[in-house]
Design a protein around this ligand. Structure first.
Ligand code: COA
Ligand code: AMP
Length: 623
C-alpha cells in the first residue's frame, strides 16, 4: 500500500479541519478562512474567494498568460482551437461584460443550454467571475426538462447556442429553448444566443439577443473585476435525477469546491500546471463541470474540450489520436465509451497504431466498470486503468486509487479505496455496520468533505432526506461492500436510478411519463443490462381495455418519453403485456421483471397474485 495515501487519508480523518485548511492554501483567497469547518457555515467560514480568479486570472498574473488553458478539439466540425490563459481571460472577461450589461450580479442565476464549445466554458467562468450562479442543462434533455430547471433556478438570463452536433446530426437548440421558455412559468429577462455557422436561429426581440452583437455592443466596457464571494456562496446549481420527476438542484459552493478539486488534481490524477488533462464527458454533467472546466484550470493545467463521440466521429481511433495530438497526461472517460470503442475495434488496431503518447493513466467513472472492459483496455493500452466512484452530489471522487499518491493497487470490479476526506461505512437495514464482505448501503460519515453539496436549491428538506435514513451518515443510494483487502465494491443502486451510458436517469420519472399516456392502465420501467450502455430502460405497459393496437401504444410511449424527458433517456424497448407481476398487496415486482428481461433465473414468489404472469412475460420478452 502506498504510505502517502494511507497517511493522507488518516490525516484527513483525524484532523479534517487542519487537512483542508492546508489544502486551501493552494488557492488565492480575498479573505483567508477563519477556520476549516463550522456546522452553520460549512467549509471555510469567513473565507472570501472568487473561483474565476483562481481558475484564470491568477495564472496570468503569475506570468503564465502564454500557457495553454483550453484546447477545443471538435472532430464534428473539423476544428482545433487553442486558448492561452491570457486569451481565456479576455474571452471570459467579454462574456462577463455582456452579462453585467444585462444586469447580472452576484447571486443571480444564469441557465446555460449549450453544447461542447468554448463559449460554454467562457459563460460558466463569466458567471463565476460575477459571483452569479450558473446552471448548465445537458443538451440531451427535452424542453420540458429545461423548463423545470428554469422554473426552479429562476434565472435572469438564459444562454444558448443555435445548435449542437451529435455525431453526424445537427440538432437545432433554439426551437427547444423557445418551447422551454413557453412551458416555463418563470420569464427570463433575456436569452442570449450564440449562432453557430451550422444553424442560424431566428431571434425574437426584445427577449432574444445575439451573442456576438452583444459582445460588440459591450466591447468598450471594462472587464468586470472578479467579485469575492463567501466560501459557502453557490458557484453553480446542477440538476440531477432524484427518485421523483422533479430534478434535484445540487448546489455547489465556491470555497470547498475549489479546494477539493485543486487537491484532487495533484493527489489523485497527478496533474499540475503545464500538464494536459482530458475528461471526455459533457459540460452538462458533473464530470464536465469538475474535470473539463474547473479542476484543470484551477490547477493551471491545459484542459481538452472534445466535441465528438468515442466512435463515429469519424472512427474508434479518435480517442487515441486526441490523446496523442495534445500530449494528454491523464485521460478520463466512461466505461460505456470504451465498450463502444471496443465493439468497433476489438483488436484495438487504432490504439496500437497511434499509441497513447505521454498518457500515464486512464480513469473511468460514471457507472460500474466491468472487469472485462478494464482488462481489455489495460492490455491494449499498457496503462493503469483506474475505476473511481462519485456522484453529482459529491462533486469529486470519493472512492479511487490515489494514483498521484503513488498508489497503484487495483482490483477489477472495485472502485478502489476511500479518498482522503471520506469515511465510508457499509450499513445494514438496521443502520448498523455490516462485516467486511457483506453487502449493504454505502454510507459516508457526516460531515462530508469540501466540495460535496450542503443543500439542494429551493429544497432543504430534500437535502436533509439524504441524512435521515442513517442518522450521522450521508446515504449514497448505492449498495456495495468492502472486501478483505479494503477495496470498496459498488454493486448498484438501492433506488430507482439507473445509469444509461454513464447518464443518470430515474426510472420512476419515466414511469410517471408512461403512466400519463392515454391508453396505459399501468406500467413499470426497469433497467435492463446492455452490452454497450451498461443499462437501458425497458418499459412494460398494460393497455386499458379498448385502447388501440399494442403497436401504436408502444410507439406513443417511446415518443412520449423522448419528448418529455429527452433523447438521452434512450427508452426504445416497450412491451405491451396483459398483466404485471404483483404481490398480493399490489406492489409491482420490478426485481422479478429485471431478472426476466436479463434472462436470469427467477423463482415465482409465493406472494405473487397470479403465478402464471412471470411465465407469460418471459414468453413475451424472449419470444
Ligand atoms: N444534445 C442533444 N442530444 C443528445 C446529446 C446532446 N448533448 N447527447 C446525447 N443526445 C442524444 C443522442 O443523439 C441520442 O439520440 P438518438 O436516440 O436520436 O440517437 C440519445 O441522446 C442518446 O445518446 P447517447 O447516450 O450519447 O447514445 P449514443 O447511442 O448516441 O452513443 C455512446 C453511445 C456510448 C457512444 C455514448 O453514449 C457515449 O459517448 N457515452 C459516454 C458517456 C459519457 O461520457 N458520460 C459522462 C459520464 S462520465
Ligand atoms: P452521477 O451523479 O450522474 O455522477 O451518478 C452517480 C451514480 O453513478 C452513483 O451513485 C453510482 O450509482 C454510479 N457510479 C458512478 N461512478 C461509478 C463507478 N465508478 N462504479 C459504480 N457506479 C458508479
Amino acid at each position: 500500500m502506498s504510505n502517502a495515501y494511507k497517511a493522507a487519508w488518516q490525516a484527513s480523518i483525524d484532523n479534517p479541519q487542519g487537512f483542508w485548511l492546508e489544502a486551501a492554501k493552494a488557492l488565492d483567497w480575498a479573505q483567508a478562512p477563519a477556520s476549516g469547518w463550522s456546522e452553520a457555515d460549512g467549509w471555510f467560514p469567513g473565507g472570501q474567494i472568487n473561483t474565476c480568479h483562481n481558475a484564470v486570472d491568477r495564472h496570468v498574473a503569475a506570468g503564465r498568460g502564454d500557457a495553454k488553458a483550453l484546447i477545443y478539439d471538435s472532430p464534428v466540425t473539423g476544428t482545433v482551437q487553442t486558448f492561452t490563459y491570457a486569451e481565456l481571460l479576455e474571452e471570459v472577461g467579454r462574456v462577463a461584460a455582456m452579462l453585467a450589461a444585462l444586469g447580472v450580479t452576484k447571486g443571480d442565476r444564469v441557465v446555460i443550454y449549450m453544447p461542447m464549445i468554448p463559449q460554454t466554458v467562457f459563460a460558466m467562468l463569466a458567471c463565476a467571475r460575477l459571483g452569479a450562479i450558473h446552471s448548465v442543462v445537458f443538451g440531451g434533455f427535452a424542453p420540458l426538462e429545461l423548463a423545470k430547471r428554469i422554473d426552479d433556478a429562476a434565472p435572469k438570463v438564459l444562454m444558448a447556442a443555435s445548435c449542437g452536433i451529435e455525431g453526424q446530426r445537427t440538432i437545432a437548440y433554439k426551437p427547444m429553448v423557445d418551447e422551454a421558455l413557453k412551458l416555463a412559468k418563470h420569464a427570463v429577462d433575456h436569452a442570449v444566443l450564440f449562432q453557430r455557422e451550422q444553424v442560424t436561429a431566428p431571434l425574437c426581440a426584445p427577449r432574444d439577443l445575439d451573442w456576438m452583437a452583444l459582445r460588440e455592443q459591450t466591447a468598450q466596457a471594462p472587464v468586470p473585476a472578479c467579485v469575492p464571494v463567501a466560501a459557502s456562496d453557490p458557484l453553480y446549481i446542477l440538476y440531477t435525477s432524484g427518485t421523483t420527476g422533479t430534478p434535484k438542484g445540487v448546489v455547489r459552493d465556491n470555497g470547498g469546491h475549489a479546494t477539493a478539486l485543486t487537491w484532487s488534481m495533484a493527489n489523485i490524477y497527478g496533474i499540475g500546471a503545464g500538464d494536459v488533462f482530458w475528461a471526455a464527458s459533457d459540460v452538462g454533467w458533473v464530470v464536465g463541470h469538475s474535470y473539463i472546466v474547473y479542476a484543470p484550470l484551477l490547477a493551471g493545467a491545459t484542459t481538452v474540450l472534445f466535441e465528438g463521440k468515442p466512435v463515429g466521429t469519424p472512427d474508434p481511433g479518435t480517442f487515441w489520436r486526441t490523446i496523442d495530438r495534445h500530449g494528454v497526461k491523464a485521460f478520463f472517460t466512461a466505461p460505456t465509451a470504451i465498450r463502444a470503442v471496443r465493439k468497433e475495434d476489438p483488436d484495438a488496431t487504432f490504439l496500437t497504431e497511434t499509441g497513447t503518447g505521454p498518457c500515464q493513466a486512464i480513469f473511468l467513472a460514471g457507472e460500474r466498470a466491468d472487469p472485462d472492459t478494464i482488462a481489455w483496455l489495460e492490455e491494449k493500452s499498457g496503462l493503469p486503468v483506474i475505476d473511481h466512484w462519485w456522484q453529482t452530489e459529491l462533486g469529486w471522487p470519493a472512492i479511487a486509487t490515489c494514483f498521484a499518491l503513488g498508489d497503484l493497487r487495483r482490483k477489477r470490479g472495485s472502485a478502489g479505496f476511500p479518498v482522503p476526506g471520506y469515511a465510508f461505512t457499509i450499513l445494514g437495514d438496521d443502520g448498523k455496520p455490516v462485516p467486511d464482505g457483506e453487502s449493504g448501503s454505502v454510507a459516508i460519515k457526516a460531515p462530508l468533505p469540501p466540495g460535496a453539496f450542503r443543500t439542494l436549491w429551493n429544497n432543504p428538506k430534500g437535502y436533509a432526506k439524504n441524512f435521515e435514513g442513517f442518522p450521522g451518515y450521508y446515504e449514497t443510494g448505492d449498495a456495495g461492500h468492502f472486501d478483505a483487502d479494503g477495496f470498496l465494491n459498488i454493486m448498484g443502486r438501492t433506488d430507482d436510478i439507473i445509469n444509461v451510458a454513464g447518464h443518470r436517469l430515474s426510472t420512476g420519472q419515466m414511469e410517471q411519463i408512461v403512466a400519463q399516456e392515454d391508453g396505459v392502465a399501468e406500467c413499470a420501467v426497469i433497467g435492463a443490462d446492455d452490452a454497450i450502455k451498461g443499462m437501458i430502460p425497458v418499459a412494460f405497459v398494460v393497455a386499458r381495455a379498448g385502447a388501440e393496437t399494442d403497436e401504436t401504444l408502444v410507439k406513443r410511449v417511446v415518443s412520449a418519453v423522448r419528448e418529455e424527458l429527452g433523447p438521452v433517456a434512450a427508452l426504445k424497448t416497450v412491451y405491451a403485456v396483459p398483466q404485471l407481476p404483483k404481490t398480493r398487496s399490489g406492489k409491482i415486482l420490478r426485481n422479478l421483471l429485471r431478472k426476466i428481461v436479463n434472462g436470469r433465473p427467477y423463482d415465482t414468489p409465493a406472494t405473487i397474485e397470479d403465478a402464471s404472469v412471470p411465465a407469460t412475460l418471459h414468453g413475451i420478452v424472449h419470444g
